[in-house]
Design a binder for this molecule. Structure first.
Ligand SMILES: NC(=O)c1ccc[n+]([C@@H]2O[C@H](COP(=O)([O-])OP(=O)(O)OC[C@H]3O[C@@H](n4cnc5c(N)ncnc54)[C@H](OP(=O)(O)O)[C@@H]3O)[C@@H](O)[C@H]2O)c1
Length: 275
């Protein structure tokens, strides 16, 4: 028998469905709603995974020391399949973003509904096409210094449009690496400062038509958080980073689900922005 991997949301307070209250495949996914984008910038939702004791990352000892893999735990358990499918579906509502370090750490990463090696998901691409979205989401990379590998598939995959959000210095480095127009679009601003980052997000909206942005590893308006059943022993790692205490920071739990009542994994949605 195929294990259950559909997340059953026992709490779901979001009632707005800009793409219609439809799931790309109801057997696999509950429909996900969103508020409208802001008038001057996209709606930005983080996608993160934390261990049962709140760890999200640590300083890697070497290439094999991958915090996210460890937090997810071994094996292709039903929860891991559910989490992977959830993450792929969250790439279907607009465009997707990631930090430069993650691009350097993961030489095969593509922020697409189907990554190389994944099961085929024609329904997710159909969902995008039916809602007037490009075949692949734009892959938006945040980088201060522009030290990105030109051979990375984000920059070489046919039909996938990369955009780098960077500084003047970063733009210079990208040009030296051949990662400039027309091959790679860039949004250049003083993105080290919050005001520069806000302007960059406005330009993602006005200049590039970005309306919904899945930010893998970040959190701005809200975050889709997977809490696994792995307990990380902090003492065995350096530079441990923990997930913030969303409730204490004033975020609201908008949705919560599990794939089965006895599963140790929780799928949550925490919202900071009141919209
Ligand atoms: N648990 C999770 O869900 C999760 C998700 C993602 C990542 N992680 C883990 O977390 C660790 C680090 O991830 P991370 O999120 O800190 O790294 P990251 O996603 O790669 O982002 C860090 C990079 O972002 C760029 N950057 C920083 N501030 C910026 C700004 N204001 N504007 C534009 N670019 C900016 C810098 O790029 P330059 O170096 O080019 O200047 C910096 O190196 C990794 O080990 C990764 O595996 C965990």
């Amino acid at each position: 028998m195929t294990p259950r991997t559909r997340i059953e949301w026992t709490v779901d307070r979001e009632t707005r469905f800009p793409f219609g209250r439809v799931s790309p495949d109801p057997a696999r996914w509950h429909p996900i709603g969103f508020p409208p984008p802001w008038p001057d910038r996209p709606w930005i939702y983080g996608v993160m995974v934390a261990s049962a004791n709140g760890v999200v990352a640590w300083r890697r000892r070497d290439d094999a020391d991958d915090p996210v893999r460890a937090i997810l735990g071994g094996g292709d358990r039903p929860e891991r399949i559910a989490d992977r499918r959830h993450m792929r579906m969250l790439r279907c509502f607009g465009d997707a973003a990631v930090g430069a370090q993650t691009v350097r750490d993961q030489p095969t990463l593509l922020l697409t509904p189907q990554e190389p090696g994944d099961e085929p998901v024609p329904e997710l691409y159909r969902f995008r096409a039916e809602h007037g979205l490009s075949h692949h989401p734009r892959n938006i990379v945040y980088s201060l210094f522009g030290r990105l590998p030109p051979e990375h598939p984000i920059f070489t995959t046919d039909g996938l449009e990369p955009i780098v959000v960077t500084t003047d210095a970063g733009a210079g480095e990208l040009a030296r690496r051949g990662l400039d127009a027309p091959r790679v679009a860039r949004v250049v601003d003083y993105v080290r400062e919050p005001r520069g980052l806000v302007r960059a997000h406005q330009r993602l909206g006005t200049d590039h038509g970005v309306r919904y942005l899945a930010c893998e590893g970040g959190e701005i308006d809200e975050v889709f958080l997977t809490v696994t059943d792995v307990v990380v022993d902090d003492a065995r790692h350096d530079g441990v980073l923990r997930i913030m205490d969303f409730e204490a920071e004033g975020a609201a739990l908008v949705a919560e689900g599990q794939i089965a009542p006895d599963s140790g994994w929780r799928f949550q949605r925490w919202r900071f922005a009141d919209r």
